[in-house]
Design a protein around this ligand. Structure first.
Ligand code: G3P
Length: 217
């Protein structure tokens, strides 16, 4: 499973990247706003840092302008994936940009039928938003399962990029189901290391190290 980091914060990306935890990065207008940076400038910095796909989202809602924005975004670096919303115009932009040979991430996916359309339009990635479905009492993981089944039934190569990941259990469930990629905030990825038995066990070992004066260096 690939790990993308869902942030436009350079320091957080760099820390995880140094550990080999970053297979790509996703951004969106809200994350760019939070960074306080210019979209082109910060996206270029991220692309310089990370080898894998870096998703940068268009701002337009009509296909023609989305395509023009996408063509400008892909000039930033070779590893740009143009992110378009799952609307009819977004699908038109997806088809054109993917036919041109660019990676496209179709975002704001909330149903399996939407994911089917995105695959047929040539999407490289489909981004179902798990957390936002859970927020309205629906089951985000059920959507990931449905998309996995449908894509496997017909051999679609579009990668399932589980997004709006809010917890470590979202990561685990996505991995169990077989999502190709998760994109998660840095804090969620770092929280995956936590286990109380690890902490307790280490405390006991440290006590014995002190009591027995065990030294290696
Ligand atoms: O990748 C999409 C993600 O940024 C949305 O997350 O938590 O705003 O629903 P959230």
């Amino acid at each position: 499973m690939k790990f993308f980091v869902d942030t436009a914060e350079i320091d957080a990306i760099a820390e995880l990247n140094d550990l080999g935890m970053v297979d790509g990065v996703t951004t969106n207008p809200s994350l760019i706003k939070k960074s306080g940076r210019d979209i082109i400038e910060v996206t270029k910095e991220i692309c310089d840092l990370v080898d894998g796909p870096v998703s940068a989202e268009v701002t337009a809602t009509d296909a023609e302008t989305m395509i023009a924005e996408g063509r400008k975004l892909v000039e930033i670096a070779e590893n740009i994936a143009v992110k378009v919303p799952l609307t009819w115009d977004g699908l038109k932009a997806c088809k054109t940009l993917s036919d041109d040979g660019h990676m496209v991430n179709v975002t704001l996916c909330f149903s399996a039928n939407q994911a089917l359309l995105a695959a047929k339009a040539g999407a490289t990635f489909i981004s179902p938003f798990i957390g936002r479905l859970d927020d309205i009492n629906l089951d985000g993981m059920e959507l990931i399962e449905d998309i996995r089944t449908i894509y496997d039934n017909y051999g679609f190569e579009t990668q399932i990029l589980a997004a709006s990941i809010r917890s470590v259990n979202h990561v685990l469930d996505s991995a169990r189901i077989g999502a190709d990629v998760i994109t998660a905030p840095p804090a969620v990825i770092k929280a995956m290391v936590n286990h109380p038995l690890t902490d307790n066990g280490l405390d006991a070992f440290l006590a014995d190290i002190k009591a027995a004066e065990i030294k290696i260096l």
